[in-house]
Design a protein around this ligand. Structure first.
Ligand code: ADP
Length: 217
C-alpha cells in the first residue's frame, strides 16, 4: 500500500506517519527528515538544502526529485510507503507521476491534512522533537513525558527545537506552503483514493479516520 500525505507544516503528517508505519509495515519517506540527516552527515545534498531550510523556503525541485528518485528505487519501498513532505510543488507532482508509472506503482490513498493557520503557528512554535527517535511533543509536555526513546529504550527522549520552528521562520513556511503546495491539492483531489481530513483534532481521532479509510492491515 502506497500513501501520500499532503498538508501544511505542523498539520501532523509526521505523527500519523509514524503510527501508520508501525501498523501497516510501511516505509516512512519524509523528505524533511532526509534533508536533516544529510545536513547532520554534511553530505553534498545537505549543504545544498541547509540555507533554504533555515529560511523556511523550499529546496530546489531538482535536488528533491533526485533524492526521492534514489530512495523510491530502494528495495524496501516495494513493501509500501508513506510519502510525507513530497511532492510540494507542481514539477515535483509531475515527477512523482512519472517515477511511479516507470516503476509500475501507484498511490492507493491520498490524505489532505486540513488545519487552520492559527493552530499551525501555535503547534509549530511550541513543537519539540527528539534528536534520536524523531517523536514530537509540545513544549509544555517535555518535562512530563517520561517515555522511553523508541530508538534506545534505555534512554529518555532528547528533545530540541528545530531551527525552522523558530517563530520568525514559521510564518514564512506557512506562506510558502500556501503559495507553492496548496495549488497542487486540486490536482490530487481528483485522483482516486483522495480524502480531506480534519486534522485539527487529537492525534488518536485523526488516526482513527486514516485507519477506517485504509481498512484492515
Ligand atoms: P514541515 O512539514 O514541518 O515543514 P519537513 O520536515 O517536511 O517539515 O520539511 C522541512 C524543510 O525541508 C522544508 O521547509 C523545506 O525547506 C525542506 N523540504 C522538505 N521536503 C521538501 C520538498 N518536497 N521540496 C522542497 N523542500 C522540501
Amino acid at each position: 500500500m502506497n500513501i501520500l500525505f499532503i498538508g501544511p507544516p505542523g498539520s501532523g503528517k509526521g505523527t500519523q506517519s509514524k503510527r501508520l508505519q508501525d501498523r501497516f509495515g510501511l516505509v516512512h519517506l519524509s523528505t524533511g527528515d532526509m534533508f536533516r540527516e544529510a545536513i547532520t552527515r554534511q553530505t553534498q545534498v545537505g549543504m545544498k538544502a541547509k540555507g533554504f531550510m533555515d529560511r523556511g523556503e523550499y529546496v530546489p525541485d531538482s535536488v528533491v526529485i533526485d533524492l526521492i528518485r534514489d530512495r523510491l528505487s530502494a528495495p524496501d519501498c516495494k513493501q509500501g510507503f508513506i510519502l510525507d513532505g513530497f511532492p510540494r510543488t507542481e514539477p515535483q507532482a509531475e515527477a512523482l507521476d512519472g517515477l511511479l508509472a516507470g516503476m509500475g506503482m501507484k498511490l492507493d490513498a491520498i490524505f489532505q491534512f486540513d488545519v487552520a493557520k492559527r493552530v499551525l503557528v501555535e503547534r509549530l512554535s511550541s513543537r519539540r522533537v527528539c534528536r534520536n527517535c524523531g517523536s514530537t511533543v509540545s513544549q509544555d509536555q517535555v518535562e512530563s513525558v517520561g517515555a522511553e526513546c523508541s530508538k534506545d529504550s534505555a534512554k529518555k527522549c532528547d528533545f530540541y527545537q528545530r531551527s525552522d520552528d523558530a517563530p520568525e521562520v514559521v510564518g514564512r513556511r506557512i506562506e510558502v506552503y500556501e503559495n507553492q503546495t496548496a495549488p497542487i491539492v486540486g490536482f490530487y483531489s481528483k485522483k482516486p483514493g483522495f480524502l480531506k481530513v480534519d486534522a485539527d483534532q487529537q492525534p488518536d481521532a485523526v488516526y482513527g479516520i486514516l485507519e477506517r479509510a485504509l481498512g484492515p492491515a
